[in-house]
Write a protein of this length. Sequence first.
Length: 110
Amino acid sequence: MDFNKELKTDETDPKQKDFAVITLTLKGITTRLRWDKQMPLLDAILNAGIAAPHSCCRGNCGTCVCKLEEGEVRLKRNFVLSEAHLQQGLILTCVAVPISDFVKINYDEF
Ligand code: FES
């Protein structure tokens, strides 16, 4: 799989109101993806063919945690992260939906 595949410009245009743009780093590889705002962040990543860590997909286990480096998301539920974790920018991708049009996340550094 080519994780470095560049998206066409129109695919990452946040003016397409139904989509946000994700820049994610996983295992040292940085990729840009389009994120359908109706789906959780993890689903957008998995649909792009990226093997992001996950398990319960319900906000219960913490396997999908990563650091939000830029942008803003809302967690639909959270039974794992403390207020201190949230203040550090940690999020659960399986229950995250976008607020901002651009989001930068990192699985490697938290
Ligand atoms: S996969 Fe379990 S909390 Fe996200």
